[in-house]
Structure formats: C-alpha cells, structure tokens
Write a protein that binds this ligand. Structure first.
Ligand code: NDP
Length: 336
C-alpha cells in the first residue's frame, strides 16, 4: 500500500520535503468494514490546514500518517450492507492506494458510473460548496452583480455558472489571461479579470458599474481589498476560503485596516458569513445533487479537470495548487 505521508509540518509554503513516500501493509477489512482501492485522489486547498497543527475545525494530520483527502475508489471486499465488490464510491481514502472504511460519509456510485472523478468536483464537495454558499448565504437575485475569484477552479467556476442560471451579472477574477478566457468563453461569465494585472483594482471597478451585491470570498488578500470599496448596501459575502493567506506565517505589514472593514460592513449593512461545508448545511445535499445533475444534463454547467498521473506526483501538484498553477479541478489518478 503506497502512501504519501506527512514528513514534517511546513512553515510558510509547503515544500517537497514536507512529504514522504511510504510503504504500508494493505489494510484488512474487519466486520462492518470494506476494503477500497483508490482510483482518483482529490487535491484541495483545505489540505494545507491539515498539515498545520494550529487549532482549526478539524484535527491535523499526524507526522508519519498518510495525508487526508477525498477519493474515488473501487470496493475490493465488503463486509458491509449496501456496498458490494466492484462498486465505485466517493470516500475519504487519503493519499494512498488502499483504505478501509465503515461506510460513514461514503457515497456509492454503483458499478459503472459515467464520470466517476466528477464526484470529487462539480458533483461533490467543491460543487456543493459553491451551491450552498452562493444560494443559502449569497442569496443572489436576478439582475444583481456577483463577483468571485479563483474563477476557473471547481468552486469559483460553479459559483459563476449558478449565478448565470439565477440571472445575475457574473464578474470573475482569475490568475492569468488563459483562465479568464476560459471563464468567459466556456463558462459564460460576463467578464473575467486578471488579478495579476497592475490595473486590477481599476479594471474591477470598471467591470462593476452597478457595484457588487454578492462577493463570494475564495481568496482574501489583495482581491478583497479591490472588492471592498465596490460593495453595495445590503451586500452578502459568503466567506468560503482565504487561499491567499494559507501559507502566511504572520499578519501582513501596513496600517491596521480592521476599523475600515468593520465600518464598511456597518454602514452598508453588509452580511459576511463563514461556513464549513461538511457541517453548515446538513440537509441540503440531496437537493444539490438533483439540481446539479439537472443543470449538467441540460448543458448549463461546464466542468474542467486537471488530471495528474501518479500518486508520487501529488505533493508537487498540491504545492502548485496553492500558487494557482492548477487550471481546473485538480485530481490525481493513482490507479486503474
Ligand atoms: P481552486 O482549484 O480554485 O484552486 C485554488 C485557486 O486559488 C488557484 O488556482 C488560484 O487561482 C487561486 N489562488 C491561489 N493563490 C492565490 C492568491 N494569493 N490570491 C488569489 N487567488 C489565489 O480551489 P477550489 O475551487 O477547490 O477552492 C476555492 C476556495 O474555496 C479555497 O479558498 C478553498 O479553501 C475554499 N473552500 C472552502 C470550503 C468550505 O467549506 N468553506 C470547501 C471547499 C473549498 P487563480 O490562479 O485563478 O487566481
């Protein structure tokens, strides 16, 4: 059982030396358990948090343990009702070839699912994050302007496309021309701006003549600085992620702008609400799956994956994710 384990905790940006390839015995499925062979491993920004032992909503990965991660796997042996040999499942198998599960938080995709890896993206955790955060917290109304960064990634791309379905003007923000072109031409965003452009803040202002009603926050940092003055009265901010801060080791330099932020929230009566997808919307998942499957079948939802081959390449791909090197949902194919 090949594994990628956490070798040491990163300080700042993760580096290859923080990971180690290890060989463990193939685990045995006991009573009420099943043995799963991993086919696809999802790489997601939250994994940076699990590498750190700072207090968070979930426990950190221990040094020497396999990294955690969502996976699509095939059932090899099942001592569990509802799962049989050959079923494909979405589970939390981690960065390894085999895992054992008691069936909790496992979704059975059946014997021959059409696009099994989509269960890690648009039809899984990131898709649900976009759906729930935008609709439940963002509450977009027809004609309003939505802004979202990391626009070509699985969360941002889905937020923008749902925004279009709801009749909104959608302004994307992404790193580089190619990603922006994709957001407009393939995903149907009204406009997409390069966050690396020296004129980014002005570009965003020009692209939002009626201000911003919903800012779906994925990144924080300089993008939020450009968004803040454009927020309209009664704007909503689903606070989903702050990827620009995940590798930070200290607070940024400069004057303390907390008072300015709080003042803006106050006078504009803005609602900013954080959420953690695993527990914030306990009853919404079935509705998400039904709506998303319908939108996909109607051709209203486009989805881009970046597939990396081989478990040994997961660390490098993950390090790149935190630098914006991925283009689309990052998935590692680790088995057949
Ligand atoms: P993506 O696949 O979109 O990858 C992350 C992207 O973030 C990069 O490709 C890059 O896009 C962008 N990025 C990286 N560094 C910076 C930076 N310094 N400033 C601005 N943008 C940056 O990720 P996901 O779609 O999986 O996740 C998007 C966000 O949603 C993350 O913050 C993640 O943590 C959060 N999330 C939160 C959940 C929750 O429960 N609250 C659940 C799932 C995700 P580009 O090059 O285009 O700028």
């Amino acid at each position: 059982n090949r594994q990628i384990v956490l070798a040491e905790r990163p300080v700042g940006a993760p580096a290859p030396k923080n990971f180690r390839v290890a060989e463990a015995k193939i685990p045995v499925a006991g009573e009420g358990e099943m043995l799963l062979r991993t086919v696809y491993l999802s790489l997601d920004p939250y994994m940076r948090g699990r590498m750190s032992d700072a207090k968070s909503y979930a426990d950190p990965v221990q040094i020497g343990d396999a990294m955690v991660g969502g996976t699509v796997s095939v059932v090899m042996k099942s001592n569990l009702k509802g799962f049989s040999e050959g079923d494909w499942v979405v589970n939390m198998g981690g960065w390894q070839d085999y895992s054992v599960s008691n069936g909790e938080m496992v979704f059975n995709l059946g014997k021959e699912p059409a696009m099994p890896s989509w269960g890690l993206g648009i039809l899984g955790m990131p898709g649900f994050t976009a759906y729930a955060g935008l609709l439940e917290i963002g509450e977009p109304k027809e004609g309003e302007t939505i802004a979202v960064a990391a626009a070509s990634g699985p969360v941002g791309a889905t937020v923008g496309q749902i925004g279009k379905i709801k009749g909104c003007r959608v302004v994307g923000i992404a790193g580089g021309e190619e990603k922006c072109k994709h957001a407009v031409e393939n995903l149907g965003f009204d406009v997409c701006l390069d966050r690396n452009s020296p004129t980014f803040a002005q570009d965003l202002k020009d692209a939002c003549p009626d201000g911003i009603d919903v800012y779906f926050e994925n990144v924080g940092g300089a993008v939020f600085d450009a968004v803040m003055p454009l927020l309209n009265a009664n704007a909503r901010i689903p606070l989903c992620g702050l990827i620009s801060q995940y590798n930070a080791t200290s607070l940024p330099e400069g004057p303390d702008r907390m008072g300015m932020l709080m003042g803006t929230l106050l006078v504009k009566k803005i609602r900013m609400q954080g959420f953690i997808i695993f527990d914030s919307f306990p009853n919404l998942y079935p509705k998400f799956v039904a709506d998303m499957q319908k939108w996909i079948s109607e051709g209203k939802m486009k989805y881009r994956e970046q597939m990396v081959d081989g478990l040994e390449n997961a660390p490098e791909a993950f390090i790149g994710l935190l630098e914006g090197k991925n283009f689309g949902k990052l998935v590692v194919k680790i088995g057949e």
